[in-house]
Design a protein around this ligand. Structure first.
Ligand code: ADP
Ligand code: MG
Length: 516
């Protein structure tokens, strides 16, 4: 420190002395000779750490001014005192033990490795420290040199950081989205509570790598996404499927960002969208139903008019040809055309009724009669394709039904069965009562090509078809499902590829009181 009262000359002298000392010091390093006392003192005073030297009995023989400041003592007050003066009460006993064993086997090392060390100030307050131990041999034995750093500041910063991390953790745990943080290799660093819930069956399980949650077919795609994100792009609302520890697949929407500070890190936010998807599908189904309605109306209009005019002409022809009975062949053919047209009109009416009026007309009907009717309708095809039609139906089971609609269900499922048996086979129509549920179970069973496991989940979807364009509409089963549900029943399908298919339709039986 510059003293303003000193004359310029005195200051110059001091500077000169310092310069000489420094020269001495330099030389001593070059020669390998001992460092002169003054130089030594200069060094000791200029280091930012506290330095305390003790003899082999633990008596303080030297301390630098940093140590004076740190502990709050004047140098004189400590010289000759035991070093335990600077150790908080609770640690003193242990310190004496450590100290004695150190002088027996001194080496350069940090003190109290792995333990938190505290030192004691003159005012009785404690502060955290880090201490390095060194030693020198002197005439009177080992001299221990302790270098002390006050780490209060560092501890405070650590505490602050810990608190901040804690707060961040709380925020993360309280968001409704799952968050996973992972490094460039995919090693998971953090996952929040929701991520734990979404991917792990219980709270003990862990995800080590993000890849464990990626489905095999999405691995390549995800890796491309990571590349893009690490180049600075943001990915939001990436819809995909993830897989939990239990192997269950989850529909999710993912956002990804990359933090480039230090070691690169990906932060992935994952939203479970299974429910959203169900809703979305419902909306799509509704939209599809609307489209079907529009199409049906258009179709009915375009087909209805020519059918009506054809019918008129056939009837005119029949009237025009006198003695029709004499032209037996012609008469039969005209009758057949007339029947076909009437059938076409009936189909159109049915369709219109189905799409236009959900509240249909129901009446008590005998199930086996409805089935017989549908079987009659498909019989011409059966004979042509070499299919054997077997019926095994319980009599007199009555349900509350819209005959036209249920006929549509039965005939469409029978048509599907016929389509599935191009090389012939057996089509069995079975119906019986389930006494327990009071439902009638109808089974339409074929020995056809069957349905693959991957296809089965889709067969009830509107417009889903595996048939060539022009042959299938993909509406049969979806419409059937709607009609059956509307009758308080259910329709399911089971199938073995190459073996055949069973469509089961259950409908509530009407008890007699209701009829009368
Ligand atoms: P479409 O008959 O117009 O294709 P459907 O809704 O009636 O539409 O049937 C959907 C799909 O379900 C069919 O394309 C077919 O792949 C499958 N399917 C339905 N019934 C059977 C069956 N009995 N045997 C094999 N596949 C069937
Ligand atoms: Mg069909």
């Amino acid at each position: 420190m510059v003293d303003k009262n000193k004359t310029k000359k005195e200051l110059m002298n001091e500077l000169e002395e310092l310069r000489l000392q420094f020269k001495d010091f330099e030389r001593s390093i070059e020669d390998g000779t001992d460092i002169p006392d003054k130089t030594f003192r200069l060094i000791v005073e200029s280091v930012p750490n506290g330095i305390v030297m003790t003899d082999n009995m633990g008596q303080i023989i030297f301390l630098n001014s940093q140590a004076e400041k740190m502990f709050g003592y004047a140098r004189r007050a400590l010289l000759g005192k035991s070093v335990e003066e600077l150790v908080p009460e609770g640690f003193r006993h242990g310190h004496i033990k450590y100290r004695s064993s150190y002088v027996k086997e001194p080496r350069t090392r940090p003190m109290g490795e792995g333990r938190d060390l505290f030192a004691l100030r003159s005012d009785g307050s404690q502060f955290p420290v880090e201490i390095g131990l060194n030693f020198a041999n002197s005439d009177s034995g080992v001299v221990v040199i302790s270098t002390i750093i006050d780490i209060t500041e560092r501890r405070n910063t650590e505490k602050l950081l810990n608190e901040r991390e804690q707060r961040l953790r709380e925020i993360m745990d309280n968001t409704t989205d799952a968050i996973i943080v992972f490094d460039d290799k995919g090693v998971v660093e953090t996952l929040n509570r929701e991520a734990q819930r979404l991917f792990c069956v219980n709270s003990i399980e862990k995800i080590d790598e993000i890849w464990a949650t990626v489905t095999p077919e999405n691995k390549e795609n995800f890796s491309e996404k990571l590349n893009k994100v690490s180049e600075g792009k943001r990915i939001t609302d990436y819809e995909t499927e993830r897989i939990g520890k239990d192997g269950k697949r989850i529909s999710v929407s993912i956002s990804l960002v990359y933090m480039n500070e230090g070691q690169g890190r990906f932060i992935e936010t994952i939203r479970d969208i299974s429910e959203t998807l169900v809703m979305r599908n419902k909306i799509i189904e509704l939209e599809k139903a609307q489209i079907i309605g529009k199409m049906a109306e258009g179709f009915a209009h375009h087909m209805g008019t020519p059918l009506a005019s054809m019918l008129l002409r056939v009837q005119m022809l029949k009237d025009d040809i006198p003695d029709l009975a004499e032209y037996k062949n012609v008469g039969e053919k005209l009758n057949s055309i007339e029947r076909q047209i009437l059938y076409g009109q009936k189909v159109i009416q049915r369709l219109l009724r189905f799409v236009g009026r959900p509240e249909n007309e129901k009446s008590p009907e005998i199930v086996s009669n409805l089935l017989e009717e549908s079987m009659e309708m498909i019989r011409p095809l059966i004979n042509k394709k070499g299919i054997v039609l077997v019926g095994d139906m319980e009599d007199n089971l009555i349900i509350f039904a819209d005959t036209n609609l249920l006929n549509l269900v039965f005939s469409d499922t029978m048509m599907n069965a016929i389509d599935a048996m191009p090389e012939g086979g057996v089509l069995s129509i079975i119906s019986c009562k389930d006494d327990e549920t009071q439902f009638v179970n109808v089974k339409i069973k074929d020995t056809g090509v069957g349905i693959s496991e991957e296809t089965i989940p889709f067969v009830f979807e509107p417009f889903f078809t595996t048939k060539p364009a022009g042959k299938g509409t993909g509406l049969g089963l979806s419409v059937a499902k709607r009609i059956v549900h509307d009758h308080g029943g259910d329709i399911t399908i089971e199938s073995k590829e190459g073996r055949g298919t069973i469509v089961s339709i259950s409908l509530p039986i009407l008890n007699e009181e209701k009829i009368n």
